[in-house]
Design a protein around this ligand. Structure first.
Ligand SMILES: Nc1ncnc2c1ncn2[C@@H]1O[C@H](COP(=O)(O)OP(=O)(O)O)[C@@H](O)[C@H]1O
Ligand SMILES: [Mg+2]
Length: 237
């Protein structure tokens, strides 16, 4: 198996405050990996550090290339799409305009049109609402739009920050099912950070647990889910 993302001794800082304390983990090409942890553990910061949106030290390699001092835009162009916490869709634009904006770095017009149709096949509700303003969509629909927009980049790796946040359990289940399908069919590797450990472990193949900026546990999602001590100590269910 090929390693797609390799993170070594990652430390991140907000001014004087250190949020990550030497995080080391990796993600295999094609994998759906979850990073679990409580509120404040450093999940968002980890994704932001990968995209060079926060001051950090350590080594991050994507497909064998050091991300080092590359700009966020450059990192996106390498094939890493980031769906931030709170989704970040353009609420005053329509669904379809959001999807087109997701492809802004591309010039293959026919490919873009075909990809929009593919996204509508994964998320039929977005097709129904293609001309509706994103801000008027439900929370679940907005999250779907955020994922679809990220995929319009044709990324090799998609980073998802708490996609389940604020969504009803049934909606989360639906969304996660589609994420699994996208992972398998589109060959997009996915790193999803979640507080909702139970659902994320059903979705993922590999899992890491982060606590105050350090990885405290890792293993296959099955192993982690079936380890009662880990569940009780770190995952709270
Ligand atoms: N903009 C910020 N300024 C200062 N400290 C921050 C900022 N954002 C996050 N932190 C701190 O960094 C730590 C990790 O936060 P975060 O990565 O957001 O955690 P999580 O996403 O797991 O809830 C927390 O202690 C948090 O208070
Ligand atoms: Mg967070």
């Amino acid at each position: 198996m090929t390693t797609l993302l390799n993170v070594k001794d990652l430390r991140a800082y907000y001014g004087q405050v250190q949020a990550l304390h030497g995080l080391t983990f990796s993600l295999n090409e094609g994998s759906l990996t979850t990073l679990l942890g409580a509120n404040g553990a450093g999940k968002t910061t980890t994704l932001r550090a990968i995209c060079n949106m926060v001051r950090s030290t350590g080594a991050i390699e994507f497909d064998g290339q050091p991300l080092g001092s590359r700009s966020t835009e450059n990192i996106v162009r390498l094939g890493i799409a980031h769906v931030p916490q709170g989704r970040g869709t353009f609420t005053a634009m329509t669904v379809e305009e959001n999807l087109q904006l997701g492809a802004i770095t591309r010039t293959d017009k026919a490919g873009i049109v075909a990809d929009i149709e593919r996204m509508y096949a994964y998320f039929p509700v977005l097709k129904q609402r293609y001309s509706q303003q994103a801000g008027t969509l439900s929370g679940g629909e907005q999250q779907m739009l955020a994922v679809a927009r990220a995929l319009m980049l044709r990324p090799r790796l998609m980073l998802l920050d708490e996609p389940s946040f604020g969504l009803a359990p049934l909606v989360v289940r639906d969304l996660f099912k589609i994420l699994g399908k996208i992972n398998r069919e589109e060959k997009v590797s996915i790193l999803v950070v979640e507080q909702n450990a139970q659902l994320a472990l059903e979705l993922a193949d590999h899992a890491y647990v982060i606590e105050t900026g350090r990885i405290v546990m890792s293993g296959s999602a099955k192993e982690i889910a079936s380890n009662e001590d880990v569940r009780k100590s770190y995952l709270g269910y």
